[in-house]
Design a protein around this ligand. Structure first.
Ligand SMILES: Nc1ncnc2c1ncn2[C@@H]1O[C@H](COP(=O)(O)OP(=O)(O)OP(=O)(O)O)[C@@H](O)[C@H]1O
Ligand SMILES: Nc1nc2c(c(=O)[nH]1)N[C@H]1C(S)=C(S)[C@@H](COP(=O)(O)O)O[C@H]1N2
Length: 201
């Protein structure tokens, strides 16, 4: 852990992977759902690079490489194509461009999702690191975006199972020294005391 934080603005890549949405058979709901959740959760303004692409492994790989290597995204969220169907190849493409795996993200998403659908175990979603960037696969159902990022809450809003986004700010801090904060009523960020802003010059 370095003791210096960058003032850089957070850049996020959003990738909606859907044969039918990319062909115009239905309207893409993936990018709008990701965008609206992030706008509600993140305190500081951020920049977005969005792509809507078909379930083609080479296209997915090229898109992830472009977002990380050329655009310098700190975080890339994909939605769609994580299941067992023949054309569901998002995790395969993500692993193919990965430097390192972050298995906890896939494990936690399946845990969270089991509270919403018994078919949660059908998602092969992965989390990986490429260069300075964290890449996370979310399922294709638009409602799954909020579910996996935010977690399970009771009717009073008390968190029952943490969503994966709670761990994202600290992960990005470890990868590139960027410091992001979230609205706790949407999603509380966790970092060790020594990594909190007030402890770092
Ligand atoms: N981008 C999207 N916009 C709106 N709805 C979507 C989108 N992606 C997926 N869905 C919905 O979630 C379901 C499961 O997503 P999945 O990624 O498995 O898609 P699919 O069935 O392989 O089809 P396609 O790739 O053509 O979207 C879809 O059948 C569709 O109802
Ligand atoms: N939170 C959440 N996770 C979910 C779902 C969902 O509706 N909500 N759908 C499941 C289903 S039905 C499938 S097939 C897998 C893979 O979905 P994908 O191919 O759309 O990525 O995600 C699973 N995970």
């Amino acid at each position: 852990m370095t003791a210096c934080l960058t003032q850089e603005r957070l850049k996020i890549g959003l990738v909606s992977i859907s044969d039918r949405a990319s062909q115009g058979v239905y309207t893409d709901q993936g990018i709008p759902a990701l965008q609206s959740w992030l706008s509600a959760a993140l305190i500081a303004p951020f920049d977005l690079e969005s792509r809507l692409i078909p379930d083609e492994q080479t296209v997915i790989e090229q898109t992830l490489i472009e977002l990380v290597d050329q655009h310098g995204c700190h975080l890339v969220l994909t939605t769609g194509g994580t299941g067992p169907a023949k054309r569901d190849v998002t995790p395969d493409a993500t692993l193919a461009v990965a430097d390192r795996e972050m298995p906890g993200f896939g494990e936690q998403m399946r845990q969270v999702s089991l509270h919403f659908v018994p078919t949660a175990i059908l998602s092969r979603q992965v989390g990986v690191i490429r260069r300075q960037s964290l890449i996370l696969n979310l399922p294709g159902q638009p409602k799954a975006i909020k579910e996996t990022l935010e977690g399970v809450k009771d009717e009073q809003g008390k968190v029952l199972v943490r969503g994966i986004f709670s761990a994202v700010p600290y992960c990005l801090q470890l990868l590139s020294d960027i410091y992001i904060e979230t609205h706790p009523e949407i999603c509380e960020s966790f970092r060790p005391k020594s990594a909190r802003k007030e402890e770092i010059k």
